[in-house]
Design a protein around this ligand. Sequence first.
Ligand code: PMP
Length: 425
Amino acid sequence: MLNKTVEGRRTEAIARGVGVQTQIFADRAENSEIWDVEGRRYIDFASGIAVLNTGHRHPKVMQAVHAQLERFTHTCHQVVPYENYVALAERLNAIVPGPSEKKTIFVTTGAEALENAVKIARASTGRNAVVAFSGGFHGRTFMGMAMTGKVFPYKAGFGAMPGDVYHVPFPIEMHGVTEEASLAALERLFKADVDPARVAAIVIEPVQGEGGFYVTPKGFMRQLRDVCDRHGILLLVDEVQTGFARTGSMLAIEHYDIEPDLVTMAKSLAGGFPLAAVTGKASIMDAPSPGGLGGTYGGNPLGIAAAHAVLDVIEEEGLCDRANRLGARLKQRLEGLRAEVPEISDVRGPGFMNAVEFKDVASGTPNPGFANRVREIALAKGLILLTCGIHANVIRFLSPITIQDEVFSEALDILDTSIREARRA
Ligand code: PMP
C-alpha cells in the first residue's frame, strides 16, 4: 500500500473540513514510534495531540484493556454501572487539588467535558454567562466553539454561536498583553458587557494548548480566583491538553496555589482510548438532577480500564519527574540554537509541555512560514511535529513522556538540523 494512493482516496472520500497534518498513513505504533503503510519509521512528537503521554500501546495499558475486553465492553453506566468507573472517579477526586470534597462524571471527548462543565456551572449558579480567553481552545461542539478564542478555522462559516460567551485577552507579555491589561479587560467587560452577577464560570487553560503553549502566570491565576470569589463565579480549569504528567505534575493546576471549582480532563487520561472527565467540588457537581448528565458511551469500560493503567504507569515510572528532565533537555537544546537562529523568539513551557516560537527577523512579527518549514523538514527526516498558536508560528512538543532515551536524542538531533535547514530553505 502506498501513502500516495490512500491520500488520493482520502481526498475523494473524506470531507475537506477534516484537515490532516501529514500525508502518511499509520500502520503500527509502539511507544514513541510510528511506522507508516510503506514501512517508514517516524518519531512521534505529536502523540495524537497530547493523548499519549504514556506512549503508544503501553504494555500495562494494553494488558488492562485486554482484561476488560474479556469481561464486558459496554453496558452503559447509566443502565448497569460498573465498579472500575467508581474507582476511577475516586482517583480523580483525590488528584484534583484543594480541600473540598470532589465528585466526577465521565464522558467521551474533551469538547463533551467542556459542554458538561458549563451545564454543571449553570445548574449550580443559576447563571448563564461564560467568560473565556482569546486564543483558548475548548472543542468543536457549539459551546466549545463559542468558548474557543480563535475564529479561523474553528468558528468561520458555522453561524451564530451560543450567546452569553465573552472573551478577554489572554495575558502574553511578549505580545504586549500584560496581566494587568488582561485583568483590566475583564473588569471592563463586567462594566460594559455583562453583569458579573450573571456570570456562571470563567474558563481557562493553565497552559494554552492550541493557542500557542502560553503559560497562565501564577499571579494571574490567583487574581482570577479572587475575582471569581468576589462575584460568586466558578473557576473552570481546562486540563484537556495539560493533564497527566505533561507539565511535570499530574495536573497543571498543581503548580498554582488555588482550588479550582471544576476541572475538565481528556486526552492522556486514557492513553489512546476515548475518555473524558469533569471533576469538581461535590456541592457544585451535584447541582444537575439525576438524568441531566451522561451519555451512552460516557465512561466506556475500555477507556476506564485504560485510565487506571495510565495513572498507575505515571506513578510507577515517575513520569512527572521524567517530564521535567526531558523538558529541561529539550529547552536547553533549543536555547543553544538561539545564537545561530535569530528567528527563535521564545523557548518555553513547564515540564515537557514545551514550545519554540519563531519571528521574522526584520520586522519582529510572527513567522508562521518558518514554523511550517521546520515541521516539513523534520517530517521528511522522520520526526512528526505539530504547530500551534493564533499565528501558527509556534512548534509545540508533545512527545510521549515514556520516549526511550536513545530515540529522544535522535529526535533532538533531527529537530536541531531541521531548524538550521529552515533558515536556508
Ligand atoms: N480543551 C482543550 C484544552 C483541548 O486542547 C482540546 C483538544 N485539542 C479540547 C478541549 C477538545 O477536546 P476533544 O478534541 O477531545 O473534543
